[in-house]
Design a protein around this ligand. Structure first.
Ligand SMILES: Cc1cc2nc3c(=O)[nH]c(=O)nc-3n(C[C@H](O)[C@H](O)[C@H](O)COP(=O)(O)O)c2cc1C
Length: 229
């Protein structure tokens, strides 16, 4: 366990952000128990801090099975993280924020991930209380490849701060946000500056835009150390 914790500490968030890509095809290799323990410890911390009910499910069963899943490109997904929480206004955003923290932790553990909005909800084995909702899941495991980079919007498309007024730390934060996963790579967000306070909002409607918002917030904060409002 100590060795695994050391491994996590050796990689910075920025390195994990740069290395991460969505991976949908996995090797038939189990995740080591020590790594699962590290992920579950972090899940416990997040659940306590943000009053969520996130769960690591080691056997994916049929969640990523069937023709639609095959057509979507999923193969051999063995485990997943179920993002569950009490129904409330900010639940989607909170799941995005905490889920991406787990995605970057997985990257530091040499694991691969992919957020999934489309999967067999009925097959999810997570506990979901009466007042709770399953937002979505994150596939996790050893990828056949590390994934690949994709197109991204330029910085000026996702901020209304003028080039000349943009502090370097803000540019770094937005750049990190543009490396974040978003549903269908939609990148529908706008970062602004209110004095020296960074803010972010959605720029248009789209599937899971609120989850995306939490994800990009996490990337920005991880790289700049500044809270996003
Ligand atoms: C909220 C959310 C939902 C997603 N749902 C799916 C999905 O159902 N199927 C899929 O193959 N990829 C899904 N993705 C992955 C995105 O397609 C991917 O993040 C995006 O294309 C950017 O690529 P990258 O993650 O490699 O940077 C989802 C991503 C997010 C953030």
């Amino acid at each position: 366990m100590d060795q695994i914790v050391e491994q996590v500490e050796q990689m910075t968030d920025l390195e994990a952000i740069t290395l991460r890509h969505s991976v949908r095809v996995y090797k038939r290799v189990r995740i080591e128990q020590e790594k699962i323990d590290v992920i579950r410890d972090e899940i416990d911390r997040l659940n306590e801090k943000y009053h969520l009910h996130i769960q690591f499910i080691s056997k994916a069963g049929d969640v990523f099975s069937g023709l639609p899943s095959m057509l979507a490109g999923w193969k051999n997904v063995s485990s997943y993280i179920a993002l569950v929480g009490r129904k409330r206004d900010k639940l989607d955003e909170l799941c995005g924020y905490c889920g991406e923290r787990l995605v970057l932790l997985a990257q530091k553990l040499d694991l691969n991930t992919c957020w999934a909005g489309m999967f067999k909800r009925k097959e999810v084995k997570a506990e979901i209380g009466d007042n709770e909702r399953l937002v979505l899941v994150i596939a996790i495991g050893y990828g056949v490849t590390e994934g690949s980079s994709r197109k991204s919007k330029p910085v000026e498309f996702v901020t209304d701060v003028r080039e000349d007024d943009m502090p370097e730390w803000f540019r770094c934060g937005v750049t990190a946000a543009l490396l974040a996963p978003t549903a269908m790579n939609q990148q529908k967000f706008i970062f602004s500056l209110d004095g020296d306070k960074p803010t972010v909002r959605t720029s248009a409607n789209g599937p899971f835009v609120r989850v995306d918002l939490g994800i990009v917030k996490y990337h920005f904060e991880a790289v700049t150390g500044k809270k996003v409002y």
